[in-house]
Design a protein around this ligand. Sequence first.
Ligand code: SF4
Length: 186
Amino acid sequence: MLQWEELHRVCMDCTKCALCETRNNVVFGVGNRQTDILFVGEGPGEQEDLKGEPFVGPAGKLLDDMLSIIDLDRNKCYIANIVKCRPPKNRDPLETEQDACIDYLRNQVALIKPKIIVCLGRIAATRLIRPDFRITREHGTWTERGGIWFTATYHPSALLRDVSKRPDAFDDLMAIREKIRSLSME
Ligand code: SF4
């Protein structure tokens, strides 16, 4: 396991998959490295690729709003993605790209030691919870593994596209807030 500085340096220079050829920036992750709660999306979009930060632009604004509902902000949690470089045209990251990149996230998890991991959207949930995870049916459910509680809710981009999903996402957020309280993380 690498420590933060070394991990960041290696990740910034990474050429382990073809996404390195089209990226502008590696999007390593942001937030509080001493937090108990980690949010994981699928990969950087256009704005994130340009700025080198996860969840900026309209989806990022919505994520900030979602965090504030449960009394969190970017200084109180950590935010990362399954792949650190932008898939062209925002397509889903390929299995091979996820496989190439996942050790960086594993290393981040090992350093942060979160009590809760919230998967944002299908790609993160199928990668981190279960390969056949169905986000529409199983969002808001909880699974404990290795001392970490995993759950999933909709990706903010999906909530921008389809506002009818927002009440379900709100319920998921309430469940996350309850889990934070039950684990005495406040
Ligand atoms: S997506 Fe991950 S594995 Fe692929 S080049 Fe970027 S940092 Fe490396």
